[in-house]
Design a protein. Sequence first.
Length: 250
Amino acid sequence: MQFIKVKTRAFLPPKDDIYKLMNDHLPSLYSGDILIVTSKIVAIHQGRCEKIGKKTKRELAMREADMYLPGKNKYSFLTIKDNAIISSAGVDSSNGRGYYILPPKNPNSEARKIRQFLKKKFKLKKLGVIITDSHSIPLHYGTLGISIGFSGFVPLREYTGRKSVFGAKLKTARSNIVDALAAAGTLLMGEGGEKIPFVIARNTPATFTEKNTYNELVTDTKEDIYRPFLKLFRKPKFDPVRNPLNKRSG
């Protein structure tokens, strides 16, 4: 595989144009490429920014979260947003120029729109798009990338029914392609002032499709290995109408 960093100008809150940014900075894409896009520029493109001072980060995160884990932390707290466990529902002020940047709306839908634009621009049949955010994993310091929306390819590589090295039949085995690529892309984007909102993944093992394959990625929470932990999450109390887990994105 090959990963190509795309450095751009600063993308400016509270609102900027992601399509102009792509026109100005993206190199030619080839059939089979997957464009990895940070969620922050998708959110800014949508105008999803709030001036710091009007509301606290926690208030905004509680408003945006699908679910949250009760308890307080000095800097942030755990939430579920778009079927991913992330900090403070993705609300962030780093590189916000005086604004809180909120999570993008309908990231799967935005991934499809970006993909259709780029397919037309570069006259491609096979192309994927991943929108990423940062999250943390238990017992380890640091952040890594996770997908919150994607389009154009099958997210998993299926090994069930295949044979192991020693000939045993594998009962349940899947490789998560979309989040592996999201992690690699986010690593190259950086978390500071790099100004690398795009990474092109080339020669990946992905299988491309026009179908919406989002539901192939998301587990049934009743069968999830983390169910004992997920059961601790609650819906924000002040807003009884929330998107349930596993709802189709986009």
